[in-house]
Design a protein around this ligand. Structure first.
Ligand SMILES: CC(C)(COP(=O)(O)OP(=O)(O)OC[C@H]1O[C@@H](n2cnc3c(N)ncnc32)[C@H](O)[C@@H]1OP(=O)(O)O)[C@@H](O)C(=O)NCCC(=O)NCCS
Length: 215
């Protein structure tokens, strides 16, 4: 793995940083993020029928409308002021397709946030940025009052949906396996530790990102 880039920061997408998300989705060319600009990370946010009826422009508008309404949608990583990485993290009820999905069985408990997508600009891949994004996403959700986070990692491979994150990325940040028996898709969870609790075997250990991995 090559040297990590000079990651200056990871910031939540808010009304103030919405223009950065527009810029990130609009990046074109070999290393650009056209695919993200096309689906606008609405695949899990729109019910399947609505997604198939929508247009690329409509999906981008819908994502930005959520931001304008103050709904959390994710975090962006920056290098030298340029957005170069994205992680979709948001309260589970805001993902209309995810909550209907039988393939990805999550939990209906209150306070669950879901991590459903990573996208890293091609120039910065292979340097562990998804881990930095996940650490920041976890900290963001916990600060916003999330009781629990869930993810649906996929073992990286040529034809896989690695955009949902690799199992190692979640494991290294304190997520634990919570795949229901018989479920083909991996499910992982993370909970903030109660104040004063000491991490130990069997406990969720992700109160804070591991040393050196802070956003
Ligand atoms: C998937 C993606 C986010 C990975 O970003 P990245 O910065 O290269 O990932 P990282 O460097 O953080 O690697 C995370 C882990 O995944 C593994 N990995 C990532 N991409 C891989 C690949 N193509 N093949 C094999 N392993 C891969 C890494 O080895 C690492 O595992 P490790 O920690 O056990 O070594 C990036 O390739 C991407 O944005 N792809 C496009 C996603 C896309 O098309 N999304 C469509 C929906 S919008």
């Amino acid at each position: 793995m090559s040297a990590p880039p000079l990651l200056s920061e990871v910031r939540p997408v808010t009304r103030e940083t919405a223009s950065d998300l527009v810029r990130f989705m609009g990046q074109r060319g070999w290393y650009g993020n056209g695919r993200l600009g096309f689906c606008a990370c609405m695949r899990w946010r729109l019910a399947a029928g609505d997604f198939h009826r929508s247009t690329a422009e409509g999906r981008r508008r819908a994502l930005l409308d959520l931001v304008g309404d103050g709904v959390p949608v994710g975090v962006l990583a920056y290098v030298g002021g340029e957005p170069i990485g994205w992680c979709s993290v948001a309260p589970r009820p805001t993902y209309a397709a995810l909550i209907r999905s039988r393939a990805l069985p999550g939990t209906e408990r209150a306070g669950v946030w879901s991590v459903v997508c990573f996208f890293v600009n091609g120039r910065f891949r292979g340097r562990g940025l998804t881990g930095r994004l996940l650490a920041a996403a976890t900290a963001y959700a916990a600060a916003a009052g999330a009781a629990e986070l869930e993810g649906f990692p996929v073992q990286p491979g040529p034809r896989s949906h690695t955009y949902m994150g690799a199992p190692s990325t979640f494991r290294d940040r304190g997520f634990v396996d919570a795949t229901p028996a018989g479920c083909a898709h991996r499910v992982v969870r993370w909970r903030p530790l109660p104040a004063g609790a000491v991490p130990g075997p069997g406990l969720y250990s992700g109160r804070a990102p591991p040393p050196g991995q802070e956003p």
